[in-house]
Design a protein around this ligand. Structure first.
Ligand SMILES: Nc1nc2c(c(=O)[nH]1)N[C@H]1C(S)=C(S)[C@@H](COP(=O)(O)OP(=O)(O)OC[C@H]3O[C@@H](n4cnc5c(=O)[nH]c(N)nc54)[C@H](O)[C@@H]3O)O[C@H]1N2
Ligand SMILES: Nc1nc2c(c(=O)[nH]1)N[C@H]1C(S)=C(S)[C@@H](COP(=O)(O)OP(=O)(O)OC[C@H]3O[C@@H](n4cnc5c(=O)[nH]c(N)nc54)[C@H](O)[C@@H]3O)O[C@H]1N2
Ligand code: SF4
Ligand SMILES: [Mo]
Length: 683
């Protein structure tokens, strides 16, 4: 009997915590946090601790499967890949290469190996259509910050005196941040502000603003009004390093706290107080929920407002504010597109900002391309590391779209709801069974740190790592020249450019810092905006026909914008608050996690529940104009009156059946996940 302890990292979610993996006779038996890891510092969540049950779950796919006469048949890799190649060639011949869409989920954009090989394959095959969660997650806030600062700064809360948790509940979505804030609250003179329709646990220790969902821009504009009119902005920073402040001064005059009070349902006095605290504390740092503000018809502008709040108060590139880090020096293994992806013309900034091409097409246009052939037909898809029929909005339409294809292959360690629609499923290993690189810590944590991801165990069953599946499929399509690598070591080598970082990473399993945070970057570098300054006023947005300064837009559905609909659906549905047990649609099969979170629950204020004949534990039907689902109610006075918070990721009570894409952000094509009008009745 041999027990080995291996250093690795958990890639079950974007935070990529360091782990110690204990392996007995080749089998993973226990996982612990890694105190020496400089970013996660020993933190591990229940999902990380449950990794042994996840990786050996009985529902793992262990061989490729082909659908023959409507039934799954286990087949060998040769047969499965030959079949995929034959079908892909057929579709290419009939409809052209662009009729293939490669579809990636959150793992499929965050995991460098998974993302790069998907991109490389689509380039080699000749389709421009790589569709991904970037159309519903994260890209909007990156774009908003790039438009403002010319680069992408992230929160640097360690030294902050004031933190605003704006639409973010760290205890569910980023446990290590929750711990860090509690520690700061006990040691420091930290002023914490929480903006959230739900009184999250950290709100108990904060100045709490229970905002009406979808009205964050009104709060942001009114805060700017106070900061400017009370002379609380950073005159030196604004004068030397920004453009467009004068326009902002005029722009915000009409957005008074009294105006915002009626919209946000927050007292004007609170809005004023919070604006003053934020502007005066210094350094101050807004920690924005990754998508609570972005998944809105005005999402990019919501995020822009937060950037402007940071900028006018001088909270940029100083410790404790928003700070950029240098890019990790990795080789770019993507191939150039020969044509534009679907939607590139309609969403030009999303697709290309200042000549920087986005690697992704507009995923929310996929159903239209598959079902209606607009702008041209998409007839085949390879879905890698995504479960879009559950995770995407307008779920029924996504499901219909995937079901309508001439060919669908899914690469995943599990038989997901999307895989159930496929012609072929290809069993991918989980991250524990392959080596590679850790996520890009600079982009997710704002830490200029990199790590080689170390393999922990051998592949389960006959599963293969993504790079190998794409490479072997590529070879069968005559594209072998694009996939010259034969082993994981060769793949990692191809990513790491020769140099200091490569040597350090190879020498140190814990990883290495490759640079420093770029404090005061505006003093020694030109910012990447056209004016080379911080752009409060964005000429780029103006040139594309969008508002150069953010305005307030009522949510697409609301008591005020759609009063008729509101009469029938008088409650506001917010969806997708993260819980420690699950990552989106994943991990529901792991019993330790399922026992602690056995079923989806709709959170409703007891008074709201009573109004509709519901009590704690009643089974309710939740209905919007798009559909209905059932789940039990949890009554809690932590949630604002008239708001219903429903989790996402549950296939049998899929909240995305209730969400549509009728009104999407004109800049990013993001749907509105957070402000859907609904009603609840006893089921
Ligand atoms: N209503 C509502 N819906 C939402 C959200 C919301 O807030 N509200 N949030 C949205 C957001 S932000 C996101 S990011 C999306 C996430 O949407 P998805 O990314 O589609 O969701 P996941 O369930 O994480 O699916 C990831 C899949 O990758 C597989 N996988 C894991 N590791 C590997 C690997 O190494 N290789 C391969 N090939 N597969 C692997 C998993 O088994 C899983 O099936 O959900 C979105 N959906
Ligand atoms: N455990 C776990 N962690 C995860 C994930 C996971 O699936 N599981 N997914 C990862 C991914 S891909 C992502 S994108 C991130 C998501 O990360 P975040 O977007 O930060 O997720 P939450 O903190 O749950 O954000 C939702 C919060 O916003 C509040 N909210 C809802 N609507 C509004 C609104 O209109 N205004 C305001 N101000 N607040 C609102 C909700 O009440 C909730 O507390 O989490 C990541 N972390
Ligand atoms: S699942 Fe938990 S342990 Fe794993 S990376 Fe995410 S937060 Fe860390
Ligand atoms: Mo996400």
């Amino acid at each position: 009997m041999t027990i080995e302890t291996k250093i690795s990292d958990c890639m079950l979610c974007v935070w990529d915590c360091g782990i110690k993996a204990h392996v007995k006779d080749g089998r993973l038996i226990k996982v612990e946090g890694l105190p020496e890891h400089p970013v996660s510092r020993g933190y591990i969540c229940p999902r990380g601790e449950a990794l042994p049950s996840y990786v050996y779950s009985a529902s793992r796919l262990t061989t490729p499967m082909l659908r023959e006469k409507g039934r799954w048949q286990k087949v060998g890799w040769n047969k499965a890949l030959d079949y995929c190649a034959e079908k892909l060639n057929e579709v290419k011949k009939k409809h052209g290469a662009r009729s293939l869409a490669v579809f990636c989920g959150s793992v499929g954009v965050e995991n460098i190996e998974v993302a790069t090989f998907a991109r490389r394959f689509k380039g080699a095959f000749g389709t421009p259509n790589l569709l991904s969660v970037e159309n519903i997650c994260y890209r909007a806030r990156i774009l908003a910050r790039q438009l403002t600062f010319g680069r992408y700064p992230l929160d640097d809360p360690g030294p902050s005196r004031c933190i605003i948790l704006w639409g973010h509940n760290p205890d569910g979505a980023k446990g290590m941040l929750g711990e860090q804030i509690r520690k700061k609250l006990s040691e420091d003179n930290l002023q914490l502000i929480v903006v959230n329709p739900k009184r999250i646990p950290l709100a108990e220790k904060a100045y709490y603003l229970p905002i009406r969902p979808g009205t964050d821009a009104a709060l942001g504009l009114a805060m700017l009004n106070v900061i400017i009119n009370e002379d609380l902005y950073d005159k030196e920073f604004v004068g030397k390093y920004t453009v467009g402040f004068a326009e902002l001064v005029d722009h915000v005059q009409k957005y008074t706290p009294e105006w915002a009070q009626d919209i946000t349902w927050l007292p004007a006095a609170d809005i004023k107080n919070v604006a003053r605290i934020f502007a005066q504390a210094k350094p101050s740092c807004i920690i924005q929920g990754i998508n609570s503000l972005d998944q809105h018809r005005n999402g990019l502008q919501n995020s822009r407002l937060l950037s402007i709040l940071q900028a006018v108060t001088g909270n940029f590139a100083v410790p404790g504010s928003w700070v950029t880090v240098p890019r990790v020096p990795l080789a770019n293994l993507s191939l150039k597109d020969r044509e534009e992806s679907i939607g590139a013309g309609e969403y030009p900034i999303f697709s290309s900002l200042w000549g920087r091409q986005a690697p992704f097409g507009i995923a929310t246009l996929f159903p239209q391309a598959a079902l209606e052939g607009k702008p041209y037909p998409i007839r085949a898809s390879i879905v890698a590391a995504a479960n879009p029929v559950v995770s995407f909005p307008a779920a029924q339409r996504f499901k219909d779209a995937f079901a309508s294809l001439d060919f669908l292959a899914v690469m995943d360690p599990f038989l997901t709801e999307t895989a159930e629609l496929a012609d072929v499923v290809l069993p991918a290993t989980t991250f524990l069974e392959k080596g590679g690189l850790a996520y890009v810590y600079g982009v997710v944590h704002g830490e200029p740190y990199a790590m080689i991801h170390h393999k922990v165990i051998e592949p389960v069953g006959e599963s293969w790592p993504d790079w190998k599946i794409w490479s072997e499929l590529g070879r069968r399509l005559g594209l072998g020249e694009y996939f010259p690598w034969q082993s994981e070591e060769e793949v990692v080598d191809a990513f790491l450019k020769p140099g200091k970082l490569k040597d350090e990473l190879n020498a140190n399993p814990l990883g290495a810092y490759y640079g420093e945070k770029e404090y005061l970057v505006y003093q020694y570098k030109k910012l990447g905006t056209p004016s080379e300054k911080v752009e409060i006023y964005s000429q780029t947005l103006k040139d594309h026909g969008y508002d150069p300064l953010p305005v307030y837009l009522e949510p697409g559905q609301s008591p005020f914008s759609t009063p008729e609909l509101y009469r029938r659906f008088p409650l506001i549905l917010i969806s997708g608050e993260r819980v420690q047990e699950f990552t989106h649609t994943q991990l529901h099969q792991v019993s330790a996690l399922r026992n602690s979170n056995p079923e989806p629950l709709a959170e409703i204020h007891p008074a709201t529940a009573a109004q509709y004949g519901l009590t704690d534990g009643s089974l309710a039907q939740i209905e919007t104009k798009n559909g209905k689902i059932q789940m039990r109610v949890r009554t809690t006075d932590k949630i604002a009156l008239g708001v219903v918070s429903v989790p996402h990721g549950w296939a049998n009570a899929n909240v995305n059946l209730l969400v549509d894409m009728d009104i999407i952000d004109p800049i990013t094509a993001y749907p509105d996940f957070k402000t859907v009008l609904c009603r609840v009745i006893p089921a």
